[in-house]
Design a binder for this molecule. Structure first.
Ligand code: DGL
Length: 271
């Protein structure tokens, strides 16, 4: 058993999809979350910048005594996981491989759609993991760069004409190609699950990368006998690099719990 917290990070709000899943699957775990809200989005930046930011995010989280770090960000998972894992002496887990494997298992006809940030799609990582598990699968990938800024601005609710228009614009070709499974390959996108699900229709299985990452984390902690004591109630703390207020409001809506008083500002440039 290991009572130390799990560190979780993302460029902003998106990693809360992983936090929500960890809280559901492992309610006894303590979580330290960092959202780099002062520098979001990461997805349109170069590999060098993403690696630099991710190193600082990990350095901040390592100021806590953690048992593992979950990269709750498709962009960092596809672009910087290997570098971070090589530099750190604690388990560093990502969301891309678990999501790709979940899609390879879920697909009925082998037609898999993938949406993510420009950096994630450019990396080709999701396709590689899918093909390893299911070589005959066809993967149609599409970068959706407007989704992250819209989500960060709270535009993720069904009925919001802006997000519904952008969803139609990005996803029409995947719908017309009759994919049966769609990987939400950026952890911000599960916040759009209702809007995307309504557009794609009930025959398309949506794979939530944040939730897939949380499931893989549970498997890993279980295998290493590193889960927290059963029956206890885990505590979560949240840190952001921009102001705490906006994050507090959106995080409370998304997590369906009031996180006021639990969000702190951190100057990430010091790490
Ligand atoms: N949640 C991040 C991801 O999963 C968003 C990336 C961004 O900041 O553009 O890719």
């Amino acid at each position: 058993m290991d009572g130390r917290p799990i560190g979780v990070f993302d460029s902003g709000l998106g990693g809360l999809t992983t936090v929500r899943a960890i809280q559901r699957l492992m309610p006894e775990e303590d979580i330290v979350y960092f959202g780099d809200t002062g520098r979001v989005p990461y997805g349109g930046r170069s590999k060098e910048t993403i690696v630099k930011y991710a190193r600082q995010d990990v350095a901040f989280l390592r100021s806590f005594d953690l048992k593992a770090i979950v990269i709750a960000c498709g962009t960092v998972s596809t672009t910087a996981l290997e570098v971070l894992a090589a530099e750190n002496d604690l388990p560093i887990l990502g969301v891309a491989k678990p999501a790709a494997l979940a899609a390879a298992e879920a697909t009925s006809g082998g037609k898999i759609g993938l949406i993510g940030t420009v950096a994630s799609i450019r990396s080709g990582a999701y396709e590689r993991f899918i093909k390893e598990a299911r070589p005959e699968a066809q993967v149609m990938a599409k970068a959706c760069p407007l989704f992250v800024p819209l989500v960060e601005n709270g535009r993720f609710q069904p009925g919001d004409v802006v997000i519904e228009t952008v969803v139609r614009e990005y996803l029409t070709e995947l719908k017309e190609a009759r994919i049966d499974t769609l990987i939400l390959g950026c952890t911000h996108y599960p916040l759009l699950e209702e809007v995307i699900g309504a557009f794609m229709g009930p025959k398309v299985t949506l794979i939530d990368a944040g939730a897939a990452g949380a499931e893989a984390t549970k498997r890993q902690l279980t295998a290493c006998a590193a889960l927290a004591e059963p029956g206890r109630t885990g505590q979560s703390r949240y840190f952001v690099s921009d102001t705490a207020e906006d994050f507090t409001q959106l995080a409370s809506i998304f997590l369906r719990q009031d996180v006021s008083g639990r969000v702190e500002h951190v100057d990430i440039s010091r790490y």
